[in-house]
Design a protein around this ligand. Sequence first.
Ligand SMILES: [Zn+2]
Length: 350
Amino acid sequence: MASLRHQAIGAALRMLAATRLDRLAAQSLGGQGVILTFHHVRLATDREFSENRLLEVTPSFLESVLRLLRELDYDIVPMDAVPARLSSGQGRRFAAITFDDGYADTRDYALPILKRFEAPFTVYVVPGFADRLAPLWWLDLEDIVRARPNIDLTLSTGRVVLPARTPLEKRSAFRQLYWRMRALPEAEMRETIALMAADSRVDTMGRVARLCLDWAALRDFSRESLVTIGAHSLNHPRLRLLPEEAARHEMAASKARLEAEFGKPVKHFAYPVGDPTSAGARDFRLAGEVGFETAVTTRPGVLFPEHASALHALPRLSMNGLYQSTDLVRALLSGLPSGLANRFRRVNAD
Ligand SMILES: [Zn+2]
């Protein structure tokens, strides 16, 4: 989703890095630690239309982020260590590394690098992906737009008509369609995308099988000493849009299933999608009630001692495929961009 907004963000971050203001800010705003989010780690492909590429970084970028953390003297710690690190309120800066969704590329590309750096990390697994039952709908949506010369559909919120012939039109159609989908109730969004995918001959479950680790592979992966397995719901819904009992079930049943599969406690959770529209105060409460020690959002930010009392609403810094530069990561780690953004945003548990 490379938009003007992203270009502006990129330019602002680059400017910040150039002023070295971030280095100064790091002392006051950099907080006590940080949780980094990764999705795909794999070799770059050069495709004209690939609107989800913000969710993928190259192996060499992962390596340079780890090198930067070492250079800045961060301790790289497992999620298990985060609560104690926060409540101690002091000590060296720490970073926890997290990967969402349980992709095969986490094992194939990220693991060898993380081993070289002896960096512990957490993988948030979705049983529905391992079972090949839940779709990666945002990737299906990209293929739907790729396959069609135009979009014409009627939703409960109105009709959507979008041209999608040229790469430029496809990019614009994807962005509009994506947000029209995100505005729908969870069930209608999934049904609509599934129907369009079938109509465009998008192999949704073939993709899940290609991209996501299955149970046997996950079991091997979970035995790696650096790996912590966390839960990421059963089917990756936007929990906030579900009735309470359904949201609770998504959390509790994913925890129980992973514990049964791997024979060890699963103490950490990541909210699917994870922004304020997808995870709210009720969901933070539920995560605690079903027994998770920590739960992470995708709200941007670094960690302060106060987060010791908000362990089920932890912010993370996303390593965005559109900005693969260590200067920009250094700027993000300083806490200045998220600190500034939060000053202008109402920051609360909602
Ligand atoms: Zn996810």
